[in-house]
Design a protein around this ligand. Structure first.
Ligand code: FES
Ligand code: FES
Length: 194
């Protein structure tokens, strides 16, 4: 059993001084000491990507790194993607498109996608798939995830973009809801569904 250490971690722009056993991973400390439970425990073997957070802007598997090594680093978790109660474009796109089903993989995927979009505002489908190749999802079949990232990327670029209507409403037949509704933004779709 290792000794407890005290460290000041900078998480989502806030400094948090926490005490924890020196052998605890960043994943454990984020969840247990910082109460940031958006980051998920998956395999704890570096294989599923559910625990992905950003450290100095780069995706890191928080199950494989010790928390005590992260003093002075900029740590970002999925909670930091929202602005108060307002979800970010990636989060809204995932919710609107059904790219999150059980949602267990979603925080890790969002963080991996966020890191990519900061550097590459217009990624190809192949680039998105490559970026998310370390994040496993058992529910969605990945297509919705890739579409959601594309949609969020367009919104971040300020484009009046949206997925093809059939993604949201099925095949667009004349007179069918959404059959002739191109170019919606995630938030507009959310309100139209209520
Ligand atoms: S929990 Fe970290 S990679 Fe699976
Ligand atoms: S949405 Fe269930 S594992 Fe991805």
């Amino acid at each position: 059993m290792s000794r407890a250490v005290t460290a000041t971690l900078r998480v989502n722009g806030e400094e948090r001084t926490v005490a924890f056993p020196g052998h605890h991973t960043l994943l454990e400390v984020l969840r247990e000491e910082c109460a940031l439970t958006g980051t998920k425990h998956g395999c704890e073997l570096g294989e599923c990507g559910a625990c992905t957070v950003l450290v100095d802007g780069r995706p890191v598997l928080s199950c494989l790194t010790l928390a005590c090594q992260h003093e002075g680093r900029e740590i970002e978790t999925v909670e930091g993607l929202a602005d108060g109660n307002r979800l970010g474009p990636l989060q809204v796109a995932f919710a609107d498109l059904g790219a999150a089903q059980c949602g267990y993989c979603t925080p890790g995927i969002l963080m991996a996608a966020e890191a990519m979009l900061r550097e590459q505002p217009r990624p190809s489908r192949e680039r998105i798939a490559e970026q998310l190749s370390g994040n496993l999802c058992r529910c969605t079949g990945y297509l919705k995830i890739v579409e959601a990232v594309e949609w969020a990327a367009a919104v971040r670029r300020g484009e009046d973009a949206g997925p093809p209507p059939e993604i949201l409403f099925g095949h667009p037949e004349p007179g069918r809801p959404g059959g002739d509704a191109p170019g919606r933004r995630p938030s507009e779709t959310a309100s139209s569904n209520t």
